[in-house]
Unconditional design. Sequence first.
Length: 231
Amino acid sequence: MAAMTDPAPSAPPSPAAAAAAPAGEPARQIVYIADPMCSWCWGFSPVIAAIAERAAGRAALTLVMGGLRPGSTKPMSPAFKADVRHHWEAVAEASGQPFGFDFFERDGFVYDTEPPCRAVVTVRELKPEAAFAFLAAVQRAFYADNRDVTDAAVLGDLARAAGVDGDAFAAAFASDAMAHRTRDDFHFARALGIDGFPAVVVRDGRGDGLLTLGFRPFDALEAALEAWLAG
């Protein structure tokens, strides 16, 4: 993926934005690729909110799940816990986002990021306007409140709090179709060459560009974002 000042040829359309934009909607698109259990994405949560505010009415935002550790089956080892804790401490320092470090007292936790990714895809399908807020709610539940967001019941509670019908969410979340759509998101991210998160890709008639791969504060992105929006 080229820098946004040197656009690359356009990749296949995202699963969330495969259809052409309706008349009157912005032709520019900002694609946010994240994982709910990626700590740097939690640190980036205020940044993507600021990007959304700046881009309102000027570019459409699309949310794509990247798949940090989908399908993990092994409980966290002490070494893995220590590595994750190191990242959480670095994110907390860099971003000021809250973390509940009592998470590391859990025994037998399996760090499978597929269920929360699938939950975000499910909400994106059922209530698209709630997708970004739901992602932030899942992140806060996991990082700040020490809730198990690999648990379908917890994800269902969060979906209902986001205004999604609980029965509709449960049925869609458990469906083969939603699992397939979630894998489509993962494949789309890989097709763009994205293998780390958070990532923000900007798309327009000239092609695709990379606003950021990895955490950066909004003030480090603001000038490039504004130049692209105005270009």
